[in-house]
Design a protein around this ligand. Structure first.
Ligand code: GLU
Length: 468
């Protein structure tokens, strides 16, 4: 048995889409599960739509997700000579022909075909031109593409790992373009040659490419190459089974990253879309995902994206991520000096957020710019159970007296105050909270005190007392 080789072959024409990220994950897992190799190939032959910055961004996203490749990244734009050589082989076998039809003519015929209920495929007319006619058109300088004589193939059948048995009839599919009029190899051609030369044993990709597969199999057959196994993953849809859009939260890996999702949370979510591993664990590491992966058990029906589920997985991931690693994410996200983000800070705020982007909002009062004494005093006064200036002052003094110099807070003095003065506990605990944070909700008082430290708590309370 040959060892497994899979590839992820995105076209760098935009940001890495979440559907493609799942394809990458499954191709990665399948290689790892089988002790094989995972290859990254950038399909950047389309000079108009491909951009080097998208290639760089895809590479960056792959690294961020931890989907590291064993070979590559290969760039098709650097392999043009190879495709030319294989075109010549096909010409030698009379399996391609020059097609002089213009895009306008093709469009016109497409419309007519659709109107009269015929499949809108190329009718093959340039495949029947005489040698003389062909030479005349070329000498006139007419532009042409190369088409593959695909429609002359017998029906093509293959066993998709997910879709099971699939059959296509080339006779009704038309002859696909292999080389465009500008000399650029079309997707089908470059992809097939590369899968062959890179020894890909298992092609894992989105279902949108299912009908390209018979064309690619036919090409492989003409070169006498081995036919890989195929797995076409169902697509990911948004609400109402519409294509995924911004309304569903986001569509690209970069956006999810910017919104504060952790890479392992995103991967777990993508893993669970259409796949049910045998485990009770809520969040899996990449190696656990590999361990539990079985491509044959991936559902063949479309997956529906659900941002709420992703959010919950993200929260769960934040909670179980080791504090040191999480600290790194926090520091990056808040763009703060690491000494301001203590272990205590990480321990407390990881319970407060679903995504890293909530961190800024959730923790901003903790940093010195976030302490706004005038505003906080106003909030104390606006508190619907505000007990008046006198009692507030007393509460704050008692509060300061309940903190030891090493920043430990004990409730005892405040409890006594409550008992002696008959003031509601909620008020007695709320006043210090608003004084320190300007908010009526948040982490436990003892945690806030611990994070701020004795001196800072003192400084804040002093400032508030002065303004009361
Ligand atoms: N480059 C193609 C795309 O991004 C996919 C190639 C493949 O997986 O066969 O749509």
């Amino acid at each position: 048995m040959k060892s497994v080789r899979t590839r992820f072959a995105p076209s760098p024409t935009g940001e890495l889409h979440i559907g493609n990220a799942r394809t990458a994950l499954f191709a990665y897992l399948y290689a790892k599960k089988n002790g094989g190799k995972f290859i990254l190939r950038l399909e950047d032959t389309d000079t108009e739509r491909s951009r080097p910055e998208f290639s760089d961004a895809i590479i960056d996203d792959m690294k961020w997700m931890g989907l590291l490749w064993d070979e590559g990244p290969f760039k098709q734009s650097e392999r043009m000579n190879i495709y030319k050589e294989y075109l010549n082989r096909l010409r030698g076998k009379n399996l391609v022909y020059e097609c002089f039809c213009t895009p306008e003519e093709l469009e016109e015929r497409r419309k007519i075909a659709l109107k009269s209920g015929r499949p809108p495929v190329y009718d093959g007319r340039c495949g029947n031109l005489s040698e003389k006619e062909r030479e005349r058109l070329i000498s006139e300088g007419k532009k042409y593409t190369y088409r593959f004589r695909f429609s002359q193939f017998e029906p093509i059948e293959f066993n998709d790992i997910i879709r099971k048995k699939v059959t296509f009839n080339p006779k009704i599919m038309g002859d696909p373009i292999l080389i465009r009029a500008d000399g650029v190899p079309a997707y089908n051609f470059a992809c097939t040659i590369d899968d062959m030369l890179m020894g890909i044993t298992s092609v894992i990709r989105g279902e949108d490419l299912l009908d390209q597969t018979p064309r690619q199999i036919a090409l492989l057959k003409t070169f006498g190459a081995d036919i890989p196994e195929y797995a076409h993953l169902p697509l990911i849809f948004g609400k109402g089974k519409k294509p995924l859009s911004k309304r569903d939260g986001a569509t690209s890996v970069a956006e999810f990253r910017a919104q504060g999702y952790l890479p392992i949370a995103l991967l777990n979510y993508l893993y669970l879309l259409g796949y049910a591993p045998n485990t009770d664990k809520k969040v899996l590491s990449l190696s656990e995902m590999t361990e539990l992966f079985d491509l044959e058990r991936v559902s063949s029906s479309p997956a529906i994206f659900d941002i709420q589920r992703l959010k919950f997985i993200n929260r769960e991931t934040i909670r179980i991520t080791c504090p040191d690693e999480l600290k790194g994410f926090f520091i990056d996200r808040l763009n703060r000096r690491s000494d301001l983000i203590s272990d205590e800070f990480v321990r407390v705020f990881k319970e407060e957020i679903f995504t890293l982007s909530e961190l800024e909002e959730a923790s901003d009062y903790f940093f010195s710019e976030g302490f706004k004494p005038e505003e906080f005093v106003n909030k104390i006064k606006a508190y619907k159970q505000y007990p008046g200036q006198m009692i507030t002052t007393e509460i704050l003094h008692t509060f300061i007296g309940s903190i030891s110099e090493d920043g430990n807070f004990t409730e005892e003095p405040l409890r006594k105050f409550i008992e002696n003065r008959g003031i509601k506990p909620i008020i007695v605990f709320m006043i210090p909270r608003i004084a320190l944070t300007g908010r009526d909700k948040g982490p436990a008082i003892k945690d806030i005190v611990k994070i701020l430290g004795y001196n800072e708590v003192n400084r804040r309370v002093e400032a508030i007392l002065k303004l009361l």
